[in-house]
Design a protein around this ligand. Structure first.
Ligand code: FAD
Length: 604
């Protein structure tokens, strides 16, 4: 078998990578042990949230799938931070897991250039320092001009439930050992991380009357720019709490927890801790929240968001029994922790191609991230860049001011990570420019240029901005009124009559954001321009980096060793953060001023 691009894995990164590559006209293979597990949601049945929802909008704006699929498979939609500024508003949806898989599979199967191959990749085919394909465990050779590996938690995956531990990629799925060994033999820097998942309960054994319901929005906001409306009945989630009894059970069984019993060496996600971690680290808290989330409309399985655990099975039973309304509920699947190998992302170029092996790209959890959205964003970028490489074109490297996706890639490849990396709005220094409404303005032209965005989507994008510009012109002097926090676009229309163009809610939200926050956004743009100007600013020779307060020892060491001549060069050194560049800028100003004064001032 011979292809242009092979994608190893059909998780959230793999699906986006394969879709991007095939849509860009490349003959693509997506290899996975089982087509039945395409786009499986390994953990929570939800997509989006703050910063993660931003990533999904960006995937959509580039022409990817996750937003569209979530809109179709979603059973509850909420726009988070509705009352706050547009930069931090983000969509989140509960998804029907089985439907998510089916819709994704349907979309992938509809792509003429994409072939789904069932098999386990055991080895990489290499020649002259380049990836040339893969070898499957059953002996089949699949050749290609680029390979994208998106193996998630499968590399040397090891599941822990109490003192029980066994190799697996996810519960019920075989791990990927041979490929992990091969990557290590090739000299890749490999680390070990862990993550965990809560027990699942049977729906009709839970007493929902005991819990506070949480409903979706009355006017649900879609993820995809292509989804007009979300007309469907939404399902509620429920909120429960742990209590002193629950915490007593956990404390009593801590010695049997693999994490505290010393069996797990991998580092876990700081922002998604297990219930054991929460009880130990926040010992003064009397209770912790649990979101009771359905895994679908038809399925009987209920997900307990907030109590990921790897306690022994009988301790999980006691834990569930300690909570009113859950007591006696049937545990369909136990919670567990999984440890797995990841490749240090400093092994990657900003295109996600590895430095070590040409034409080999890595994306998703294998890069040290956690979450479907991070995986999807890395997947689409790896798929795009593999396709561009095969086409012999320039790679697509987004700027940090353009997309959270760029912040994700840039943070990983420059700084690396020692714990599962998750996106936050605070990671983006230009976050005021990265609101969800503007994702299409930022990214759709890129997606169109490279052939990933369809003609229909591009047409829709152009006509949206035409409508928005016409509405802004119509607003004229009324825009001053709209700048007030309590005034909405609908209020202006109620007084002045309807705008001359028909606007969607999303158009109105974009216009309101542009007017209400124009001061902040202009300031953010000025800052950006200043940074661009500063890229060429010279760093005085002999500047004593160690004497500059605020620079970490690691950054000082790198700057002293590599001696960048300009701020732009300093910013490109792996590990030198934007904050460090800002500090350097102040000191180059000082240094350059002193230097300029020196020869001109005989009195000095
Ligand atoms: P995956 O979705 O894992 O997909 C990997 C794909 O690669 C699969 O299709 C697999 O079959 C395939 N594959 C692997 N090896 C091979 C091979 N050799 N040959 C062919 N195919 C192969 N994220 C959070 O944000 N919060 C959480 O709390 C959280 N908890 C989690 C708990 C558990 C138990 C697990 C397993 C994951 C959890 N995650 C969590 C992570 C989330 O599931 C992942 O971040 C996301 O699925 C990563 O997507 P991916 O595409 O990189 O990998």
């Amino acid at each position: 078998m011979r292809f242009d691009v092979i994608v190893i894995g059909a998780g959230h990164a793999g699906c986006e990578a394969a879709h991007a590559s095939a849509r860009m006209g490349l003959h693509t293979a997506m290899v996975t042990p089982s087509i039945g597990s395409v786009a499986r949601m390994s953990c929570n049945p939800a997509v989006g949230g703050i910063a993660k929802g931003h990533l999904v909008r960006e995937i959509d704006a580039l022409g990817g799938l996750m937003g569209r699929v979530t809109d179709e498979a979603g059973i509850q939609f909420r726009l988070l931070n509705r009352s706050r500024g547009p930069a931090v508003r983000a969509p989140r949806a509960q998804a029907d897991k089985a439907l998510y898989h089916r819709v994704m599979l349907r979309e992938l199967r509809a792509l003429p250039g994409l072939e789904l191959v069932e098999g386990m990749v055991a080895d990489l085919l290499l020649a002259a320092g380049e990836a040339r394909g893969v070898l499957l465990a059953d002996g089949r050779r699949v050749e290609a001009r680029c390979v994208v590996a998106t193996t998630g938690t499968f590399l040397r995956g090891l599941i822990h439930i109490g003192r029980e531990s066994f190799p697996a990629g996810r519960l019920g799925e075989a791990p990927s050992i041979d490929l992990a060994v091969r990557l290590e033999q090739l000299g890749f820097g490999i680390g070990r991380l862990k993550t965990g998942t809560p027990p699942r309960l049977r729906r009709d054994t839970i007493d929902f009357g005991r819990f506070e319901p949480q409903h979706g929005d009355a006017d649900p906001v879609p993820f995809s720019f292509g989804t007009e409306r979300l007309d469907r009945e939404q399902v509620p989630c429920h909120i429960a709490w742990t209590n002193e009894r629950t915490h007593a059970v956990i404390r009593a069984r801590l010695a049997d927890s693999p994490l505290y019993g010393g069996c797990i060496t991998g580092v876990g996600p700081r922002y998604c801790p297990s219930i054991e971690d929460k009880v130990v680290r926040f010992a003064d808290r009397a209770r912790h929240q649990i979101f009771i989330e359905p895994e679908g409309r038809q399925t009987d399985e209920i997900y307990l968001n907030g109590i990921s655990t790897s306690l022994p099975r009988e301790a999980q039973r006691e834990l569930i029994d300690s909570i009113d309304g859950l007591s006696g509920a049937e545990i369909v699947r136990p919670g567990y922790a999984i440890e797995y190998d990841f490749v240090h992302p400093t092994e990657l170029k900003p295109t996600l191609e590895t430095w070590r092996i040409d034409r080999l790209y890595l994306a998703g959890q294998i890069d040290g991230t956690t979450g479907y959205e991070e995986a999807g964003a890395l997947g689409i970028m790896a798929g795009i860049n593999a396709a561009l490489k095969v086409r012999g074109e320039e790679p697509l490297i987004l700027g940090r001011h353009e997309a959270y996706t760029a912040v994700l890639v840039d943070d990983l490849v420059r700084l690396g990570t020692s714990e599962p990396y998750r996106m936050f709005t605070s990671r983006a220094e230009h976050r005021l420019l990265l609101d969800i409404d503007s994702a299409d303005a930022r990214l759709t032209p890129h997606g169109w240029r490279i052939g990933l965005v369809s003609a229909e989507a591009y047409e829709r994008f152009l006509s949206r901005y035409d409508r928005v510009e016409r509405a802004l012109a119509w607003l004229g002097a009324a825009s001053r009124r709209l700048a007030r926090p309590d005034v909405r676009f609908d209020d202006i229309e109620a007084d002045a009559g309807p705008a001359p163009v028909r606007l969607s809610d999303r158009d109105k939200s974009l216009i309101e954001g542009r007017i209400k926050y124009s001061g902040y956004v202009s300031q953010a743009r000025r800052e950006l321009d200043r940074l661009a100007l500063d890229a060429g600013r010279r760093i005085p020779e002999g500047l004593d980096f160690a004497g500059i307060p605020g620079l970490s020892a690691e950054i000082v060491e790198k700057l002293a060793r590599l001696r960048p001549a300009t701020l732009g060069q300093a910013a490109r050194i792996s590990g030198v953060t934007p904050a460090a560049v800002a500090i350097l800028r102040v000191h180059t100003h000082k240094g350059n001023r002193a230097k300029r004064r020196h020869p001109a001032d005989p009195g000095q």
